[in-house]
Design a protein around this ligand. Structure first.
Ligand code: ADP
Ligand code: MG
Length: 698
């Protein structure tokens, strides 16, 4: 392809295209809607629709779709063509403002967690003008929100937009208190680093577990894994490089700022990071990125695995959510700044985040809860299920100094009137060394590392935005009522540090001793699994907070509780059934065939000379025979456990049962099958091994 700047965003109806194709008054009216959330005039919508359609048709589009993010986690689209009959028997390409603004997908099969009764199955999609429309294949995709007729959000985007509003409202109050009257809008930004595995399609096709569940349900660790640390940042193999080049090109055409690519820790694992953008757009772009990653892989005879834990005993994949808050005037509110006044404002925003993470540990954990991510959180390479924050030594020392009223020793002391010392200048290097923290300050942003690789980043950012908005609301309420702003500010910063320092941990988060300290001494939450944490979504404190900011209604929260647990149950049930099927129809027959070969060989040898002992073969046949019995027994036990699921009643009980019984039975079956893999001739083993899979791309 030619010059990148020439084709970057060529498939996006972005500001450049809008400016070029819309009349000046239409353009400025649309801009007001995009920038300030002003209501869109129907006539403007019509004009935009025509321009959008003409542009899309000129770029080869024949259809349009309202592109939305239902609660299944993936994106959904229903295509309509632009054609409209004309009186002469032909067609014209037609698209109206009404069709742009609102759609009515037949959405009865999207999960709603009981919000919609089946007789009232339809919902509607509403255009989100803050995210640009784009062309995928031959279809113009219009980013939309998805709601029920009653107005309840059935998607991930609506609460995200609401949470951005909440954060904006409260942050503006704080900025006004600091005398800033010029800022019009505060937004959170996100740069999600996406991890993934690449294996060959040929290997993938031979593994029903990968095809049906996205992860391997059987498999022995390869003799060479990641212990040599030779993959991380290592030279990228030519075939992978070709994939990445192709992928970048596709993403750039869609205006996605794909920036960094490198190998990750595990063999066959890689990472792609975009340049950060407004949370709403970053979320849309990440969904698109995941989709395109998989599509491009197919073209290269590869499969891109986005599962959080495709291989047991090998690093899992996450999505590091780099999050910051900034103003429309370009100021990052999490940047410490150079002057004391900036410092005080920075410290207040920092405190707001500390308080938010401590008060809403549970919501952050819930926001990343899926069956897949449960395997990763707490495994020895991923952040633990305990939420804590890393601030780095310097910032920690500053907070300690403030709390104890002692001068901060790291810099020459210049105490400002607010009772806050001048901060040291932070370089990313001094703050980014801790890779084990779930929530790390990295110089001018926070990196939330618990998000799973296949998950939408929407939920994590909804919770983050809203929890921080809540801290800011409490601060603004107090400061607005205070007689003396500076005294009140100093006191509040100090109080936050004192009350919430238990969430700050700068040590090794992978250490078992930390989990003990966190839970026993500090009283931090440790929800290891999805069924453990999900009920807390409906805790009064969480419902009150989320509803008071207008981010979710109680009904919407209840529906999410249902849907997330339903997803968990379905996911594990599919895994259990896949395991049982593979064990019975592939693994057991392979073990049987191999023992038959051995037994045959014993018989043949003895026919030659009855005194040949055949000790090796007979011992192995005995062992294989025992393993076969074990496999059958474990598969029966698993099936029995699965058949009980439906009788458990409520979704919460069902999920608990699955966590306690079904998953344990799955582990039993895996153990015996994996042992069989170690003693069965490779010739008979019915699918590629871990070594085959992980080193398949050359
Ligand atoms: P790492 O060492 O973790 O790879 P990078 O500097 O490469 O760190 O950044 C990781 C991600 O963080 C990128 O997507 C980047 O765009 C994003 N990022 C950088 N600055 C900010 C910021 N102020 N707000 C949000 N995300 C940011
Ligand atoms: Mg990172």
């Amino acid at each position: 392809m030619s010059n990148i700047p020439d084709y970057f965003g060529s498939l996006v109806f972005d500001d450049r295209v809008m400016k070029a194709t819309l009349a000046a008054d239409v353009y400025s009216s649309l801009r007001r809607t995009i920038d300030e959330g002003a209501q869109l005039d129907p006539e403007v919508a019509d004009a935009v629709a025509v321009a959008m359609k003409d542009w899309a048709v000129a770029h080869g589009a024949t259809h349009y779709t309202h592109w939305f993010q239902p609660l299944t986690g993936i994106t959904a689209e229903k295509h309509d063509s632009f054609i409209s009959p004309s009186p002469d028997g032909g067609v014209i390409m037609y698209f109206s403002g009404k069709e742009l603004i609102k759609g009515e997908p037949d959405a009865s099969s999207f999960p709603s967690g009981g919000i919609r009764a089946t007789f009232e199955a339809r919902g509607y999609t509403a255009w989100d003008p803050t995210s640009y429309a784009f062309i995928k294949g031959k279809t113009l995709c219009i980013p939309t929100a998805f709601c029920s007729y009653g107005g309840e959000a059935l998607d991930k985007k609506t609460p995200l937009l609401r949470s951005m509003d909440a954060l904006n409202r409260q942050a503006l109050r704080i900025l006004r208190l600091f005398g800033n009257d010029t800022v019009k809008c505060v937004r959170s930004s996100v740069g999600p680093e996406q991890e993934y595995f690449l294996i060959t399609k040929e290997m993938y096709d031979k593994r029903p577990d990968l095809r049906f569940t996205g992860r391997t349900l059987f498999g022995v660790k390869p003799p060479k894994g990641q212990e040599m640390d030779d993959h991380y940042f290592g030279a990228i193999k030519p075939r992978v490089l070709e994939y990445m080049e192709d992928l970048n090109e596709e993403l750039w055409k869609l205006g996605i700022l794909a920036k960094t690519e490198h190998n990750e820790v595990a063999p066959a694992q890689h990472e792609l990071a975009p340049i950060y953008s407004t949370t709403n757009i970053a979320t849309d772009h990440n969904q698109l990125t995941m989709e395109i990653m998989q599509k491009v892989a197919e073209r290269h005879g590869l499969v891109c695995l986005l599962h959080e834990k495709p291989f047991d005993g090998v690093n899992g994949s996450g999505k590091h959510n780099n999050w910051s808050i900034s103003t429309d005037t370009g100021v990052n509110l999490l940047s410490p700044g150079e002057t004391p006044y900036d410092n005080a404002q920075f410290l207040l925003f920092l405190c707001a985040v500390i308080k938010a993470v401590d008060d809403y540990q549970d919501l952050l954990r819930i926001s990343v809860a899926t069956a897949g991510n449960d395997h990763r959180l707490g495994a020895n390479e991923a952040p633990p299920a305990v939420v804590s924050m890393f601030l780095g030594d310097e910032l920690n020392a500053v907070l300690e100094a403030i709390e104890s009223d002692t001068p901060y020793k790291g810099v020459e002391k210049t105490t400002m009137k607010l009772g806050v010392d001048v901060l040291p200048t932070f370089s990313r290097d001094t703050t980014d060394r801790n890779r084990t923290s779930p929530f790390a300050f990295t110089g001018n942003k926070f990196e939330f590392r618990m998000v799973g690789s296949s998950d939408s980043i929407a939920c994590a950012n909804v919770m983050l935005n809203t929890a921080v908005a809540e801290s800011l609301r409490i601060y603004a309420d107090r400061l607005e009522a205070a007689d003396d702003f500076k005294t009140a500010l100093g006191e509040m910063i100090k109080k936050t540090i004192k009350d919430h320092k238990k969430i700050i941990f700068n040590g090794n988060g992978y250490d078992d001793a930390w989990i003990e300290e966190a839970t026993e001494k500090r009283g931090l939450l440790n929800y290891r699994t999805t069924p453990d944490c999900l009920p807390h979504l409906l805790d009064k404190k969480n419902v009150d907070m989320l509803t008071s900011h207008g981010v979710y209604t109680l009904t919407e929260l209840r529906s999410r509780y249902e849907i997330i647990l339903e997803n968990y149950c379905k996911t594990v049930t599919i895994e259990a059934n896949t395991m049982s099927g593979m064990a019975r129809t592939q693994i057991a027959p392979a073990v049987e065939a191999y023992s038959a070969e051995l037994a045959g060989s014993v018989a043949a040898k003895r026919a030659v000379d009855p005194s040949i002992e055949c000790a090796y073969e007979t011992a192995l046949v005995r062992k294989l025979s025992g393993l076969l019995d074990g496999i059958a027994e474990a598969a029966d036990a698993l099936d029995a456990a699965v058949s009980e699921i439906d009788s458990k009643g409520e979704i919460g009980d069902e999920a608990n049962y699955i966590r306690d019984v079904v998953i344990a039975r799955m582990a039993d079956l895996r153990r015996v099958c994996d042992e069989a893999e170690t003693v069965t001739s490779k010739k008979y083993w019915p699918f590629p091994s871990y070594a085959d899979l992980l080193f398949s791309v050359r």
